[in-house]
Structures are given as structure tokens and as C-alpha cells.
Design a protein around this ligand. Structure first.
Ligand SMILES: [Fe+2]
Ligand SMILES: [Fe+2]
Length: 440
């Protein structure tokens, strides 16, 4: 996009909120919509594309780390319309003296948003007859509530599902196997659709006691689906993984200590840690299915949930630096020694949990070992690393390559090139060859 083109910058950490807001905006904003999941991503877009017509940002991102992003906007685009979105009832008076033009409740309020955006922007608004919705959203949110259409050409749509009839997994798989990612509803029903979606998301995000599996899924399922498509993994495996993750959490939660630990750890919705663990749960689970190791799926999910139970959330932004220092065995500073031993501590706790299947503690213990023998805590050589731990390590490497997920295609390509060099021995080679074989 050139610097002069109209665009709107939309910022939120949660994939589902971003997706809902983007869909809502598409229905009444005529310019380009650029997404950012973090402050850094937003700043990168602003520097690359110039000033947008308007910024819609999550309130917390504006004011995290002593208001760094708000300060940046104050210095660089002080007169830009800025809409903040929030899921909290009140904000402190100290934050009243800000650039914010309006504060809207999250996930989205289509009427107010459309009114505000239209009053601030000039981009022409097209009036489509039909608007797109993602297949997964059609199944999870809108099934049975709307007529669904398939786009045949520019203005030609054909009805495929009637209101009142469920949009099933089988239909979703049939369409996605043909490379179709979206179906359509009538534009006249778009407000009702957004209302239903918002309600659904609101219940999943903000209801007290909402289950852990949905907290994890809501963070990352969209990304998991995109990765799966790129790797040529089956749609069935992605669907099945949701059930397996749910069951693994239910099994672990039967142990009272574990139930408390997990709840405490994942109550911070939208955190980097929840995003990391969510991705690991789904990716390890789907990788197992692709390797025909269905019996190991639950073990990998459990290990994903527990592997960093004793790492504080604040470590996550710098986790690669911690890992690098922990691999340097000459570094004996107390905090690095403690970090180096976190796999051991987590595996010791795992051993005390009677309901845990075998191997889970081994995966946890070895999750920072490395095929070149330079991992920690024990520096095991590739041939001594457990087969299931090898899958875990490779999935975690992949998650690190994905970073914040904004350049997915490039990240996956880089991972495959890097992996060809790294995974040359032990179980790693066999697993990697299996993964690579399916990539088209
Ligand atoms: Fe991790
Ligand atoms: Fe770890």
C-alpha cells in the first residue's frame, strides 16, 4: 500500500476480537484495514504507511509500559482520531487527559463504531449485496441463524444453507478442502450477524468461570488453522484437536492442585503466555495426528499446559534471551541456574500427580533439550531425547519462529529451511521429514 492511500489502523492483542472488529469495519469502511497485535507492530505500520485516517486501539496497549504507545502517538500524530476499546467498566481519572476521541466497549459495538468511523473518514463505502464470514465463525457462531451463500462470481451468489439448518463440520470440511475459506450472508443481515457474534464472543471472553480450553482456543485457533493449511495438515485433525485439548484440561483439572495451578496461570486472558501455551497445545496435538500417533496427543497437550508452570509471565517477552543464557553452562548466576532447572521442577511436580499418563514428565523434563546436544538442563544428545519430547521441541521451535504471527508464510518458510539444517539426527530427522513431505 502506498503512503497516500486511506487506511485505518486496528490494534488488539486478541485474534478473535481483531477478527470481529475487522469484519464489522469492512461492512462500512471503504479504505484498507491494517491490523496490529502489539505496540511494536502498530509503530512499524505507522512508520511504513504514514498516518492513517483513524486508529482504533485496545486501551491497555495504549497505556502499557508507562503509556509508551500513547506517548508515541502524542509526539507523532497528535491530531489523529483515536478510538480506544476496552473491556473494563472504568478507567482512572489520570487517563482522562489523553488523545482518545472516544472510548468504546469491547469486543465491538457496530452502531457506535460505524457512526464514529464514518464521521472521521472519507473513504467511499461500497454497498455490497452480500458480506463474507469465515467458515469457522459460520459453524461456531452463526450456524442455523442465517442463510449462507457461496460466491460464484463478482455479483453472483448461490444459497447453500437455509436458516434453521445447521452448518456442520462435514460441510465446513468439504468447502475448506476446495480451498474456500469464507461463505456469505446477505448484507441486510450483517448488523444482526455482528450482534450475534459479539454476544458469543462476550460470553466466551468475559463470563466468569469460562473454561480454560476456550481461553486457549480464543487466542490462537485462527492462527492454528492458517498454519495447518500451509503445512497441508488435514481439517479433521484441527477439528479433533479442539476436543482433545478440552479433554486433557478436564482430566488434569480432576486433580485439585493442578486445577488451581492451571486456573491461576491462564486467568490472564490475552497474555503472551496463554497465546504461547494455546499454540503449543494445538500444534503438538495436530502434529501427533499427522504422525499417526493419536495415542500420544493427550500427553503432548498435557505437557504443553504444564511445561512452564513455574515460569513467571514477566519472563515471556525476553524468553529467548533467558533460554540463550541458560544454554551457557558457564553462567552460574542464581537466577539463570533457577531458570535452567525449571524443566526439572515442573517434571517433579508432574510426577506427584497420580492421574498423569506416563511420558508426560519426561516431555516436560526434556522440553529445553536440543538436537545439537546443547540444550538444558542436561545437554542430552539427539538420540537420547524421548520421541515425544522431540515433537514438543520442534513444535516449540515453530512457535518461536511464528513470533507474533504477522508474517506467517515467511516464518513457516524460514522454519523449514532452518529445520532442514537443525533436525538431522535422532528422532528429529524422521519427524521433520514427515512434516516437510506434506508441505506443498
Ligand atoms: Fe514454552
Ligand atoms: Fe520452558
Amino acid at each position: 500500500m502506498s503512503k497516500t492511500q486511506n487506511y485505518l489502523l486496528l490494534i488488539d492483542r486478541e485474534e478473535n476480537v481483531l477478527e470481529l472488529q475487522e469484519t464489522a469495519l469492512k461492512y462500512f469502511y471503504g479504505g484498507e484495514i491494517v491490523l496490529a497485535r502489539t505496540r511494536d507492530e502498530a509503530v512499524k505500520s505507522l512508520e511504513k504507511l504514514g498516518k492513517p485516517e483513524i486508529i482504533i486501539s485496545d486501551f491497555k496497549i495504549l497505556f502499557e509500559e508507562k503509556g509508551k504507545f500513547h506517548q508515541y502517538l502524542k509526539e507523532n500524530c497528535p491530531h489523529l482520531p483515536l478510538i480506544a476499546t476496552t473491556d473494563e467498566e472504568k478507567h482512572s481519572p489520570a487517563q482522562e487527559n489523553t488523545l482518545i476521541s472516544s472510548l468504546l466497549p469491547k469486543p465491538v459495538c457496530p452502531e457506535e463504531l460505524s457512526h464514529l468511523v464514518k464521521s472521521f473518514t472519507k473513504a467511499p463505502i461500497e454497498s455490497p449485496t452480500h458480506v463474507p464470514i469465515k467458515l469457522r465463525v459460520a459453524r461456531d457462531v452463526a450456524s442455523g441463524k442465517f442463510d449462507f451463500y457461496l460466491k460464484l462470481s463478482g455479483t453472483n451468489f448461490v444459497k447453500i444453507t437455509n436458516k434453521g439448518n445447521d452448518f456442520t463440520d462435514a460441510e465446513l470440511l468439504k468447502l475448506s478442502s476446495k480451498g474456500i475459506t469464507e461463505i456469505f450472508i446477505k448484507a441486510s443481515e450483517s448488523h444482526e450477524f455482528l450482534r450475534v457474534w459479539e454476544q458469543h464472543l462476550h460470553e466466551r471472553l468475559f463470563t466468569k468461570g469460562s473454561s480454560l480450553d476456550s481461553a486457549l482456543a480464543i487466542q490462537c485457533l485462527e492462527q492454528v488453522e492458517r498454519i495447518s493449511r500451509a503445512f497441508g495438515w488435514s481439517g479433521e485433525a484441527v477439528l479433533a484437536s479442539q476436543k482433545i485439548v478440552k479433554e486433557a484440561i478436564a482430566t488434569l483439572s480432576r486433580n485439585e492442585t493442578m486445577s488451581l495451578l492451571l486456573k491461576k496461570k491462564y486467568e490472564e486472558r490475552g497474555s503472551a503466555y496463554t497465546q504461547h501455551v494455546g499454540l503449543l497445545c494445538y500444534l503438538t496435538c495436530i502434529m501427533c495426528a499427522e504422525l499417526k500417533l493419536e495415542e500420544a496427543q493427550e500427553k503432548l497437550v498435557m505437557a504443553s499446559l504444564m511445561h512452564d508452570l513455574f515460569i513467571d509471565e514477566s519472563f515471556y517477552p525476553e524468553i529467548e534471551e533467558w533460554n540463550k543464557q541458560a544454554r551457557d553452562f558457564d553462567n552460574r548466576s542464581p537466577e539463570i541456574v533457577k531458570y535452567r532447572l525449571h524443566p526439572l521442577h515442573a517434571s517433579q511436580i508432574a510426577q506427584t500427580i497420580d492421574i498423569l499418563p506416563p511420558d508426560v514428565d519426561q516431555i516436560i523434563l526434556q522440553h529445553h533439550e536440543s538436537p545439537d546436544g546443547r540444550g538444558f538442563p542436561r545437554g542430552l544428545s539427539a538420540s537420547r531425547i524421548h520421541y515425544l519430547a522431540s515433537i514438543f521441541i520442534m513444535a516449540e521451535d515453530l512457535v518461536h519462529f511464528l513470533d507474533d504471527g504477522h508474517a506467517l508464510e515467511t516464518s513457516l518458510k524460514d522454519y523449514l529451511t532452518w529445520g532442514a539444517d537443525r533436525y538431522q539426527s535422532g528422532n528429529f530427522k524422521k519427524i521433520f521429514d514427515g512434516i516437510r513431505a506434506k508441505v506443498s
